[in-house]
Design a protein around this ligand. Structure first.
Ligand code: NAD
Ligand code: UDX
Length: 480
């Protein structure tokens, strides 16, 4: 029986390994992590992450050929293939701070593999890493090899949260990069054999190591760029009376462009896009390509602009003061069908509103109060450093209330602000919400989920991203 061990039981390690175990009953898969609470949760009835379909997959194989353990060294020692799926956050200090990837967690995992191994191993980069990381890892492993043969592969993960199980069951492609040597080809074939259990041959792409590493950063940059492109258009739509959904549809029906990832929004969030683009920018700068670096930086600048534009629109619409006004925030996760709040645009929007002294009442069906309070007290980039717990700011705590019911969140509020496209927000009783709000009652829809015309009939003043403006909002200049 082939034995797989995956270091890192997070959003990627957990679901990917659960699906490998599900699809390959002849393979034993152990997911290990240094975090005791995370592993306990994976072994419990309440998994540490919310992901549609994940519970069933885990329940089906846990205890049979899928195991979760904190005994990292034992399982690495026993494995034939070791996946490394640890976090690769943005550096918060030192050289490249605010841009470069922090490979501390990666390097410590690699050193541990070198320490405990007594047999040949294939080491698979699952984490998203800067191009050429495999070379550094190879050096760490071979300099401590004690005669053991290591083959390093790059097998970046393309799943999106909220649809992870679907993406893993039916991936657009699986990408495997390896050394172009006989041993390299052999190890690529070994990993290919794992995926071949359920992915057709034509969807398993093999490349050299550097192409695989760079393709992951490139794919995320391209996806984020589409969102920034449509968001840039949304500002122009608001200024001209065009409707961004109609523009996106018209543009996306061109088969060369395609319809996906053209939804205008309050801005993209999530643990990957910003981090990976910053990383790409840093790599370009290090390779003497400042023009290319500048080009990709714009994607993030437009995303930041979109978030601050949204906050400014809210404040200026409400007579330029929201001090002590109750604002109801619906949705805090970075997208629907996940409880993940990493880099969610809700953090910037809420911090912007708190900066103008609003009182926030926040509802999200999957995010706990503790998480929200911590997110709103944290410094930029700190979220991806798991051992780093920021003290919570008492002022933030007093100004932010989290509730478990939309109608309570919106009661007596001056404004409702939708920041995540949860399906349940489309079905709300907006007449009831309106009746219990202060007047004028505003809805600021950062995800274009509500029917603005229906809400206007009820009496709301509605702002939808990139849509023709209410007469009320039309005359108010917004400073970005
Ligand atoms: P995560 O923070 O959810 O999980 C990482 C886990 O690694 C943590 O539980 C941490 O405790 C553990 N860890 C860190 N160092 C360790 C060590 N030395 N030994 C054992 N465990 C260790 O991160 P994630 O979202 O799963 O992302 C992991 C990687 O995958 C990142 O590089 C990310 O960029 C990439 N990625 C993420 C996504 C996504 O949607 N989240 C998608 C594709 C790729
Ligand atoms: C992304 C990539 O899609 C995935 O391939 C990679 O492996 C990890 O990073 P993820 O961040 O989980 O996945 O979700 P994604 O669906 O890409 O959404 C990212 C952000 O963009 C979310 O905040 C989402 O709301 C936003 N978005 C997405 C838009 O604003 N408009 C769109 O049209 C699509």
């Amino acid at each position: 029986m082939v034995k797989i061990c995956c270091i890192g039981a997070g959003y990627v390690g957990g679901p990917t390994m659960a699906v490998i175990a599900y699809k390959c009953p002849n393979i034993e898969v152990v997911v290990v992590d240094i975090s005791v609470p995370r592993i306990s949760a994976w072994n419990s009835d309440r998994l540490p992450i919310y992901e549609p379909g994940l519970d069933d997959v885990v329940k089906h194989c846990r205890g049979k050929n899928l195991f979760f353990s904190t005994d990292v060294e034992k399982h690495v020692f026993e494995a034939d293939i070791v996946f490394v799926s640890v976090n690769t956050p943005t550096k918060t200090s030192g050289l490249g701070a605010g841009k470069a990837a922090d490979l501390t967690y990666w390097e410590s995992a690699a050193r541990m593999i070198a320490d405990v191994s007594k047999s040949d191993k294939i080491v698979v980069e699952k984490s998203t890493v800067p191009v050429k990381t495999a070379e550094a890892i190879e050096k760490i492993l071979t300099h401590n090899s004690k005669g053991i043969n290591y083959q390093i592969l790059s097998n970046p993960e393309f799943l999106a949260e909220g649809t992870a199980i679907q993406d893993l069951f039916n991936p657009d492609r699986v990408l495997i990069g390896g050394r172009e040597t006989p041993e390299g080809y052999k190890s690529v074939k070994a990993l290919k054999d794992v995926y071949s259990h359920w992915v057709s041959e034509d969807r398993i792409l093999t490349t050299n190591l550097w192409s695989a590493e760079l393709s992951k950063l490139a794919a995320n940059a391209f996806l984020a760029q589409r969102i920034s492109s449509v968001n840039a258009m949304s500002a122009l739509c608001e200024a001209t009376g065009a409707d961004v959904s109609q523009v996106a549809y018209a543009v996306g029906t061109d088969s060369r462009i395609g319809p996906k990832f053209l939804n205008a929004s309050v801005g993209f969030g999530g643990s990957c896009f910003q981090k990976d683009i910053l990383n790409l920018v840093y790599i370009c700068e290090c390779n003497g390509l400042p023009e290319v670096a500048e080009y990709w930086k714009q994607v993030i600048k437009i995303n930041d602009y979109q978030k601050s534009r949204f906050v400014n629109r809210m404040v200026s619409s409400m007579f330029n003061t929201i001090a002590n006004k109750k604002v109801s925030i619906l949705g805090f996760a970075f997208k629907k069908d996940t409880g993940d709040t990493r880099e969610t645009p809700a953090i910037d929007v809420c911090q912007g509103l708190l900066g103008d002294k609003a009182q926030l009442s926040i509802y999200d069906p999957q995010v706990m109060e503790d998480q929200i309070q911590r997110d709103l007290s944290m410094n930029k980039f700190d979220w991806d450093h798991p051992l780093h717990l920021q003290p919570m700011s008492p002022t933030t705590k007093k100004k932010v209330h989290c509730v478990w019911d939309t109608y309570e969140a919106t009661k007596d509020a001056h404004a409702v602000c939708i920041l995540t496209e949860w399906d349940e927000f489309k079905k709300l009783d907006f007449q009831r919400i309106y009746d219990n709000m202060q007047k004028p009652a505003y809805v600021f829809d950062g995800r274009n989920v509500v029917d603005a015309n229906k809400l206007r009939e009820i009496g709301f003043i509605v702002y939808s991203i990139g849509k023709p403006l209410d007469a009320w909002l039309n005359d108010i200049p917004v400073v970005a």
